[in-house]
Design a protein around this ligand. Structure first.
Ligand SMILES: CC(C)(COP(=O)(O)OP(=O)(O)OC[C@H]1O[C@@H](n2cnc3c(N)ncnc32)[C@H](O)[C@@H]1OP(=O)(O)O)[C@@H](O)C(=O)NCCC(=O)NCCS
Length: 300
């Protein structure tokens, strides 16, 4: 059966989500971590497809989808949200072909920086990315803990929270925070997050100054979180831990970059434990995150 690489369509995206979940769990189980992923509606994929269809590709054979690649661009940053190949067809060059197509997406948009988050324990993905000029930059740990444990002796959060809305004033603040934290505006992604009923975003204020923002999922997950200065990161994270622990979810979780020492220390001291070690890979010169906690490996 011949193998075809073609742009993804909206009606592929439920199938590609099932493929991605199966690939992730095959990988994490094989490495002794247990299952990591659960199926979810492909809302962000659909958003990206409508926003910029050049970033989403499938490998298809005889009507079966064997692989999926998805990248998005904000300003001069290209981010590889997903690259997955059916476990039964891995090691046959499909991932390399799909990655080549999303790299063309980066070239077309003129992105200067490229980045992605992969599994520290996947040698294949890392070797493949190095072939394409993306290098290991820093670990990113997924940590979690029971909600009651996190709040024990939690320092009183010094910032107050105001819900994110879609007003021009709020968007202006978010653009400024992101530009300081990661170098680009992600206004379109904030507008996307506003449509997600399972997430609540807040701007965090010290007096009249917005020093950062964070999103808290109904499942207790924190992120994305960004701040205007590295020295407020710990207190913004402490505030987000309190907000997450005040919710109904039984656990609190977050992705914490290895460069964000103050939040790693706070998280571990509050009883959070490393569940999955991930890795930021990037083009040379990008990825010194000291003001940003990603939401997950797809959203960044
Ligand atoms: C990662 C993945 C997408 C790659 O797709 P694939 O079709 O299996 O990969 P390909 O056959 O195109 O390329 C594999 C390449 O990886 C590199 N590679 C493999 N093992 C390697 C190792 N131990 N060290 C260094 N490089 C290695 C080689 O360059 C190899 O190409 P070669 O066989 O021609 O030498 C796929 O294996 C997968 O879905 N894995 C599980 C999910 C995952 O981790 N996805 C990435 C998420 S960011």
């Amino acid at each position: 059966m011949s193998l075809v690489y073609r742009p993804a369509r909206a009606d592929d995206l439920a199938t590609t989500d099932a493929l991605v979940v199966a690939c992730i769990n095959e990988l994490t189980l094989r490495h002794g971590f247990g299952p990591m992923a659960k199926a979810s509606p492909p809302n962000f994929q659909l958003f990206s497809l409508k926003d910029d269809p050049d970033g989403l590709w499938v490998a298809e054979s005889g009507g079966d989808l064997l692989g999926f690649a998805w990248s998005w661009v904000c300003g001069d940053i290209w981010f590889l949200a997903q690259l997955f190949v059916d476990p039964a067809r891995q090691g046959q060059g499909i991932g390399n072909e799909l990655l080549g197509r999303t790299m063309d997406h980066a070239r077309k948009t003129g992105a200067t920086h490229k980045a992605l988050i992969t599994f520290t324990f996947n040698r294949v993905s890392q070797g493949l990315y190095i072939r394409h000029g993306l290098f290991p930059k820093m670990p990113i740990y997924l940590l979690n803990a029971a909600r009651e444990r996190v709040t024990q002796a939690l320092p009183e959060p010094p910032f107050f929270a105001i819900p994110i809305d879609n007003s021009a004033a709020t968007m202006g603040k978010l653009v400024e925070i992101d530009t300081r934290a990661i170098g680009v505006s992600r206004e379109k992604h904030h507008r996307y997050l506003l449509t997600d009923p399972t997430n609540k975003g807040v701007l965090l204020y010290a007096g009249i100054d917005a020093v950062g923002y964070c999103y808290i999922g109904s499942n207790g997950h924190i992120g994305p979180l960004a701040v205007t200065r590295p020295d407020v990161l710990r207190d913004v994270f402490a505030t987000s831990l309190k907000l997450a622990a005040d919710g109904a979810a039984e656990t609190v979780s977050a992705f914490l970059p290895g460069t964000c020492h103050s939040v790693l220390s706070l998280a571990v001291n509050q009883g959070m434990r490393i569940t999955f070690p991930m890795l930021l890979m990037a083009s040379p010169g990008y990825g010194d995150w000291t003001q940003y906690l990603p939401r997950n490996p797809g959203f960044m």
